[in-house]
Design a protein. Sequence first.
Length: 77
Amino acid sequence: MIAAQNLTNSHIALAVKTAVTAVLSIYAANLLHLPQGYWGAMSAIVVMQSEVGATVSASRDRLIGTAIACLTLLGGP
């Protein structure tokens, strides 16, 4: 647990960016009438990093993993 005295502006900024990204992903899912749009928010929370490059890398890795899982399921019995 992070003690209040250890919170820095960068911690707060990352928390705000993560929250805004999660809300925007739910909003986009609702606009597009997608079922279970909360998964987009959960993915946004999981991949958000303190640096943009790390976020892009984590997003890419999750996308590749999801694609492999889909191909595996489609090629199954």
